[in-house]
Design a protein around this ligand. Structure first.
Ligand SMILES: [Zn+2]
Length: 107
């Protein structure tokens, strides 16, 4: 009984700490923390946007079109999202991190 309760709490915690993802047509005005927005145009996902994980509140836009540089790739595995390569902000908070399987890995 207690063991079940603990695993339930752990699952809840895991869910809260992992990044989710959502396909949308436009960047929402109010973005949620720990959510990667996949911007899609007629089924083609060309950009992804997330709030900077440092908490500075900046929206980070990553291009997914390989015709343009820099370009990122996203992978969805086991209902978690990963982005390649890392996101490196050269201005402002200068955050540098990977998003792997829904987790932020600071560089
Ligand atoms: Zn930041």
């Amino acid at each position: 009984m207690l063991r079940k309760f603990i695993s339930w709490i752990k699952a809840l915690f895991r869910k809260k700490t992992l990044y989710g993802y959502k396909t949308v047509e436009d960047v929402p005005d109010r973005m949620k923390d720990k959510m990667v927005y996949l911007i899609s145009n007629q089924g083609y996902v060309w950009q992804c946007v997330l709030l900077c994980p440092c908490g500075c509140g900046k929206k980070l836009y990553t291009n997914l079109m390989d015709d343009f540089d820099p370009c990122w790739k996203y992978v969805i595995e086991d209902k978690t999202i990963s982005l390649k390569p890392s996101i490196d902000r050269l201005v402002g908070c200068k955050s540098h991190f990977f998003l792997k399987h829904g987790k932020i890995i600071w560089c």
